[in-house]
Design a protein around this ligand. Structure first.
Ligand SMILES: [Zn+2]
Length: 338
């Protein structure tokens, strides 16, 4: 598997502590901005199964995070409207900071440790299915590094980057990529024209993931494939401490899980071939909660033992166990349009 052969990844390489310190201010400004609209937030049904049967699992940033009693998806409810979200992303201080400082400072480490392995993994997934895509759309192309890397592998004829955030779309254009600057829901593709849709860490941000999956189904040809990553709401750091988990973020509205991703995609004309959680950082993230004093030995003596006292002996094996049993918060879904 690709995750076992990829080079060792440490969190500091992709999120350096010094730069991330200033990023906290940008993030706080964003949180304050999005919370300003709170009185106009609207109620939604479960983004996984569509049912209205949930209860509040926890609160963070004064927001209610519900858990669906049917499919266990966790979701912010009530939530900002689509218009408020679009406004938020256009004005986000945090995204601007990532585009100007964090992505450039970590571009090479991210390229080597995240995007090259990601592009290779997508190629391997397609090859394992005997699937040869001609057209690839990446939804939420960000800094454009995945599109660059998948282009280098020379296994698709055409790569299209869909990116709604203006600064990031501009970065993609400067890299010579074919860019559509809009949310995918509004992008003007011919129906059934796309072979492969990839989307990494986007679905959790969307007002309505079902809209997104429907749009993907519409633009894809029958037999086309979707490769999607998003956080698993049943992942280790999320379950241990949503309060201190960076995965649980004000702009992450949807936390599906391996079961509810299957429900969501099957509701909209896909066959789900596989859901996997090849995460590498879960144990380190929770270890950091202990080291930072957010949790103590008294909160969970067993985890303290594994993640702090016996880290050198147990850390890697514990992480492998998490990843192998769909318990990592980093989730991949591979689906085929019927
Ligand atoms: Zn549900």
């Amino acid at each position: 598997m690709a995750q076992n052969t990829a080079q060792k990844l440490s969190e500091n390489e992709i999120r350096p502590d010094d730069i991330m310190e200033k990023q906290k201010e940008a993030m706080l400004a964003d949180i304050e901005y999005i919370l300003k609209f709170k009185s106009d937030y609207i109620d939604v049904n479960c983004p996984g199964c569509g049912n209205d049967n949930s209860e509040v699992a926890f609160q963070k940033y004064t927001l209610d995070y519900h858990r669906c009693n049917e499919c266990r998806t966790i979701y912010i409810n009530p939530r900002p409207t689509e218009e408020q979200l679009a406004d938020f992303y256009r004005n986000s201080v945090n995204y601007d900071y990532w585009n100007k400082y964090i992505f450039p400072a970590t571009d090479e480490a991210r390229r080597e440790k995240i995007f090259k392995p990601r592009a290779e993994k997508v190629k391997e997934i397609c090859e394992a299915q005997g699937f040869q895509p001609k057209t690839l759309v990446e939804v939420g192309a960000g800094f454009g590094t995945f599109c660059e890397e998948i282009t280098k592998l020379d296994f698709v004829d055409e790569v299209i980057a869909v990116e709604p955030t203006p600064g990031l779309a501009e970065t993609c254009r400067k890299k010579g990529l074919n860019v559509i600057e809009s949310p995918v829901e509004q992008a003007d593709f011919e129906d059934g024209s796309i072979d492969l849709v990839c989307s990494f860490e986007v679905l959790e941000h969307l007002f309505d993931p079902a809209d997104f999956v429907q749009k993907c189904a519409k633009i894809m040809r029958p037999g086309g494939m979707a490769v999607i990553t998003n956080p698993n709401g049943e992942g280790f750091d999320v379950v241990v401490s949503p309060e201190h988990s960076g995965t649980v973020d004000v702009e992450h509205l949807n936390y599906l899980n391996p079961d509810s991703m299957t429900v969501l995609f099957e509701r909209h004309g896909f066959e789900v071939l596989e859901v996997q959680t090849p995460g590498k950082l879960d144990a380190e993230l929770v270890r950091k909660m202990f080291l930072a004093g957010h949790m103590t030995r008294d909160d969970n003596p067993f985890l303290y033992q594994v993640l702090v006292e016996k880290w050198d002996e147990c850390g890697d094996a514990f992480q492998d166990f998490i990843a192998d049993n769909k318990l990592s918060s980093h989730m991949w879904t591979i689906a085929r349009k019927k």
